[in-house]
Design a protein around this ligand. Structure first.
Ligand SMILES: Cc1cc2nc3c(=O)[nH]c(=O)nc-3n(C[C@H](O)[C@H](O)[C@H](O)COP(=O)(O)OP(=O)(O)OC[C@H]3O[C@@H](n4cnc5c(N)ncnc54)[C@H](O)[C@@H]3O)c2cc1C
Length: 473
């Protein structure tokens, strides 16, 4: 199987002359790296070990001026250009094979304004960088559920996390972004300036330029919350997921739950008799009155679990709990589709695929959406799939380099089976597999408006190594 069938078709190799590289190095504060340079291999390596691409040039930007120089060079040379925020998108779109990679990972500053209730975040920051600073003030903005994840890509494609049912997507909490568009101009996009661009970046991904910083609204969160983490034998999945489905109909917004099917890890504190056995896990975050925890989540925790690791903890620690499960360099292929309902047939499919997973590290997950995400009109931002209450994700995670084909095939086959179910569809830009599917599946009826904005700001499609919205010819 071609590693990333989609990208290989799109890439062209650009040779940059010595004079071009020298002139660029003179103009920027950051580091310019070519194949063979010290640091080049480190720069081109991203979280997903499946991605082995060789940009002709990497620019490790230290600020917006460097980004402008990089965008100008891409435009002048016609090189393929990729944008590396945190480098965590599973598709590897951060790395342009044979092209120019704009690496923002050094631009990771975070500044909280507690008075204004906002945080300004550099586009190379990870979630943990943001939570660490905002939690100092007992504040947070909705991001994802793993601290070691890039903020920029997550937000520009939507962004679901523990706070989303109460406060919306990461993108819904954006107040403004600074962005370098294809013409090399630095623009601020907000409800007051470049409103069309602001509409488009909230869900439209990396199509419209290089976002250099993002400002978010903050909310009071924690610092202490309750972690929900209960493991049951998978043969109880049907019954327990039916309880979960019923419970979601009246559960409050300050509790978030992400059920997934997995194998019990071979380690303490799990009982040895259960090691390697298939399990249904309820993972989540409860932010209400501690005394009411049992009343609120009781239906999900009663009975005789394999292990119940629920406890009071700091929000920042809960956000980092799963970091160790997703180390840099492991091999990953993740893909999602939305569900209008969570019937037994979905649960049966999850159980079946969990049992047939070639790797014990893989999971099949349900994201419980709705709440504040669904409260925003579908055309208010570029993010379309707000009306779906659940999202199903196949997460293939494996170590063995020789097992790529069977693991990718496992996830693709589960995904294809899920697509056969009624009431499923759409795509989520943050779990796109190798981005092999057409972009309109992400954007629904917002697609045509995205084409208009793209045509205005990037008529030559400079930023095309993404889930691409092509401009009008
Ligand atoms: C361990 C892990 C846990 C995750 N958990 C969640 C979760 O809880 N919720 C969720 O919603 N998602 C989650 N994700 C998915 C995550 O949101 C995506 O992988 C996201 O794209 C990562 O952002 P990044 O900046 O690291 O992306 P990169 O890989 O750096 O970039 C991917 C693409 O995003 C665009 N992009 C990135 N930065 C910029 C920028 N500054 N300007 C313009 N375009 C840009 C570009 O098109 C780029 O090709 C998780 C991913 C991982 C690896």
């Amino acid at each position: 199987m071609g590693e990333t069938d989609n990208y290989e078709r799109q890439h062209t190799v650009t040779e940059f002359s010595d004079a071009t590289v020298r002139s660029l190095a003179d103009r920027v504060r950051g580091t310019v790296l070519e194949p063979g340079d010290d640091g080049y291999d480190e720069a081109r390596s991203i979280w997903n070990g499946m991605i082995d691409r060789r940009p002709s040039l990497v620019i490790r930007c230290t600020g917006t001026a460097d980004v402008v120089a990089a965008v100008d060079l891409a435009r002048e040379t016609g090189a393929d250009v990729s944008i590396h925020g945190g480098g965590h998108n599973v598709s590897g779109s951060a790395v342009a094979d044979g092209g120019l990679m704009i690496d923002l990972s050094s631009m990771d500053g975070v500044h909280v304004d507690p008075e204004a209730g906002t945080v300004r975040v550099g586009a190379g920051a990870l979630l943990g960088d943001v939570d660490h600073e905002t939690q100092l003030f007992g504040l947070a903005t909705p991001l994802g559920v793993v601290a070691e994840t890039g903020v920029a890509g997550l937000t520009l494609n939507g962004g679901y996390g523990h706070l989303s049912r109460e406060y919306g997507l990461a993108a819904d909490n954006l107040r403004e972004v600074d962005i370098v568009t294809a013409d090399g101009e630095v623009r601020t996009a907000s409800e007051d300036e470049h409103r069309d661009l602001f509409w488009a970046v909230r869900g439209g991904g990396g199509n419209f330029g290089v976002v250099t910083s993002l400002e978010y609204e903050l909310h009071e969160v924690g610092p202490e919350v309750a972690q929900l983490f209960v493991w049951y034998p998978a043969d109880e999945a049907r019954e327990r997921m039916a309880t979960f489905r019923e419970w979601t109909e009246s559960a409050p917004r300050h509790v978030a739950v992400l059920p997934f099917l997995a194998q019990v890890p071979d380690e303490e504190p799990f009982p040895e008799a259960a090691w390697g056995e298939p399990a249904l896990v309820f993972f989540g975050c409860y932010r209400g009155d501690p005394a009411a925890f049992d009343d609120v989540v009781g239906p999900l925790t009663d009975g005789d679990p394999i292990a119940d690791l629920s406890e009071r903890t700091r929000f920042e620690e809960l956000q980092a709990l799963l970091d160790e499960d997703y180390p840099d360099g492991l091999r990953y292929y993740w893909k999602s589709l939305y569900l209008a309902d969570l019937g037994d047939e979905v649960v049966d499919l999850m159980v079946r695929y969990n049992e047939s997973a070639p790797s014990d590290l893989s999971t099949v997950d349900i994201w419980w959406l709705g709440g504040a995400v669904a409260g925003v009109p579908q055309d208010a931002t570029a993010f379309w799939h707000r009306d779906k209450p659940f999202m199903l994700t196949f997460e293939a995670n494996w170590e063995d380099v020789d097992a790529d084909d069977e693991n990718v095939e496992w996830a693709r086959s589960g995904f294809a089976a899920a697509e056969e179910l009624t009431l499923s569809g759409g795509r989520y830009g943050n779990f796109p597999g190798f981005a092999e599917d057409p972009a309109h599946l992400l954007f629904g009826e917002n697609y045509d408006r995205l084409v208009d904005v793209k045509t205005r700001y990037d008529p030559e499609n400079l930023f095309h190594l993404n889930q691409n919205v092509a401009p009008e010819a």
